[in-house]
Ligand binder design. Sequence first.
Ligand code: ADP
Ligand code: MG
Length: 226
Amino acid sequence: MSLHLHDVTVTLGRGDSRTTALRSVTAGFAPGVLTALVGPSGSGKSTLLAVAGALLRPDSGQALLNGTDLAALTDRERARARRERIGYMFQSGNLLTGLTAEEQLLAAASLAGRPPRTLRARARALLTDVGLDHRLSHRPDQLSGGERQRVALARALLLEPELLLVDEPTAAVDRTRAEDLTALIARTTRQYGCVTVVATHDPVVSGAADATLDMLDQAASAATPV
Ligand code: ADP
Ligand code: MG
């Protein structure tokens, strides 16, 4: 698996709120490499993850997964890639209402056509890794924001994704937990050789990354005519 963004531009919103969220971004991401996307709030980190995760089509440019332009896939193929090959942890956690932490993971397995019973032990191990072994039976409304994000991270890791996209994993946790979560993401990247892209403004995360992509540099270089 490799991910390449080539001259990607994304505009969001309509009328007065119309914003160029990404301007001519070109970047490559390799297997087994943890890349930190850094830059202030509003610099386009979440938008880049959405393009890479086949959730958002760029206005122009290409997102190439193993050389295949995501825009060239049908909606069905894109949905399938998201379920089976891409692990995505959204900033908001994005859990399903009414399901326990453990069920969140097993439901994702089931959607991807994998029998949940074969993944139960792994689901529990991952929830333990993110420090939630005492929260297996809690539903989202019984979890804190940081806990919900950690469930979402465990869920993103469950199926050993080829592409792991993580949005601000340490925004709602203390430093020790931030170090643990960062170590887990780094370990997963090496173990499975996945392409990992993490949006962050936490030095704990960027310090542990193999590569850093500064979203402001991207904007600056794109604004300069070559
Ligand atoms: P980051 O994750 O780095 O904080 P985002 O990718 O969320 O940045 O946002 C990039 C830019 O796009 C910001 O200026 C933001 O205000 C704008 N933006 C995001 N979503 C929308 C939207 N739905 N409509 C208009 N502008 C948006
Ligand atoms: Mg963001």
